[in-house]
Structures are given as structure tokens and as C-alpha cells.
Design a protein around this ligand. Structure first.
Ligand code: AR6
Length: 178
């Protein structure tokens, strides 16, 4: 089982799939979503629009995932998932469940596309306000569970700052290099 923690820019990761913290419109936005669309170029938005038209006229539900091309980035696919907005889930447990869904459905989709390497951004922990330590534990548990049945998949968590990486590592008890 391989899980890596890195500080960096997810748009530069040389993996099969990178996971975008999108919103249900799938039309881009700020944060990592904006960075991915800028780095990848217009082919990503073109494919997002086609997916919306053909499969998701009401948008991508929270916790679900869809894949597009990655344009000019080194990755082959972008997996767009929608994390929960903290405080808007009904209960905190429902928010936890939706965040776990976002990770699990992204992993499953990458697997079905034939990917054996995937990099995650810290879904919901920016603009969507999910508490970082709580999100870290859910992300890590969900990934570990998936890897029990899919040990060939290599998972990398990418953080935009050392500070965010440290919060995650401390919350999951993992403060060493894998
Ligand atoms: N590489 C890796 N991580 C990044 C990068 C990058 N280039 N840029 C930012 N991050 P956010 P959310 C980190 O807000 O909370 C958008 O407008 C960032 O530091 O991007 O799920 C969407 O369209 C943070 O730790 O995603 C939605 O409307 C993490 O990525 C909404 O924001 C996630 O923060 C989604 O909000």
C-alpha cells in the first residue's frame, strides 16, 4: 500500500488522475479548481460542458465524481468531485459521509479508468470550510479502506502549503515519509 504526502501544486503531478475539488456546476471556480482549469486549458471546460449537457443537466451531486481529459497537464485525467460545504449538510455526520463519498467515488472512477496512481487535493478544506483535522481523518480512512481491496493503487495527497500538510499528518498520525 502506497500513500504519499507532498507539498506542491497538483497541476504539476505526473500521475494518471488528479482529483479536483469542484462544485456541482463543474464549470470551474476559484481555489484548486481555478488552478486546474488554468493549467489544463480549455479542453477541460469543453468536456465538462458536454458531460453536463449529456449526463448531468442538474449538475454533479455532492459526493459524486466525473472524469475529463487533463488538457496540457501531465496527468491523463482530471476527476472532478464535489465535497460538502461545511455547515450545509444537515448534520456534521452527513458532511462526514459526503466527504468520504467524494474520496471513495473518485478512487473507484480512477480505478475503472485503468489508473493505478492518483493525486488528491484537500477536498472541502478551502472555500467549503470543512475542518482540516476532521477532513484529514476521513480522507485517510477512506483511502486506506479502498487500498485494502486495491493495493496496486498509489495515492498521493497534495497540499498547497507545508502547514496544511502538517495538519493532515498530525491528524492521521502519519508524520514520516512513506
Ligand atoms: N494544488 C494543490 N492544492 C491546492 C491548489 C493547487 N494548485 N490550489 C489550492 N489548493 P478549495 P473546496 C488547496 O477552496 O474547499 C472552488 O471555487 C487549498 O489550499 O480549492 O473544496 C470550487 O469551484 C485547499 O487546501 O476547494 C468550489 O466552488 C484545497 O486545495 C469550491 O472552491 C481545497 O480548497 C470548492 O471548495
Amino acid at each position: 500500500m502506497t500513500i504519499n504526502f507532498k507539498t506542491g501544486d497538483i497541476t504539476r503531478e505526473n500521475v494518471c488522475a488528479i482529483v479536483n475539488a469542484a462544485n456541482s456546476s463543474c464549470m470551474g471556480g476559484g481555489g484548486v479548481d481555478g488552478a486546474i482549469h488554468r493549467a489544463g486549458g480549455p479542453t477541460i471546460l469543453e468536456e465538462c460542458k458536454r458531460i453536463r449537457r449529456e449526463r448531468l443537466p442538474d449538475g454533479l451531486p455532492t459526493g459524486q465524481a466525473v472524469a475529463t481529459n487533463a488538457g496540457a497537464m501531465p496527468a491523463k485525467y482530471v476527476i472532478h468531485t464535489v465535497g460538502p460545504i461545511w455547515g450545509r449538510c444537515g448534520t456534521q455526520e452527513e458532511c462526514d459521509r459526503l466527504l468520504a463519498d467524494a474520496y471513495r467515488n473518485s478512487l473507484q472512477l480512477a480505478w475503472e479508468l485503468g489508473c493505478r496512481s492518483i493525486a488528491f487535493s484537500a477536498i472541502s478544506t478551502g472555500i467549503y470550510g470543512f475542518p482540516k483535522e476532521r477532513a484529514a481523518r476521513i480522507a485517510y480512512d477512506t483511502v486506506r479502506n479502498f487500498l485494502k481491496d486495491h493495493p496496486e493503487m498509489e495515492v498521493t495527497f497534495i497540499f498547497h502549503s507545508d502547514r496544511n500538510r502538517t495538519v493532515f499528518e498530525e491528524a492521521t498520525g502519519e508524520n514520516r515519509d512513506w
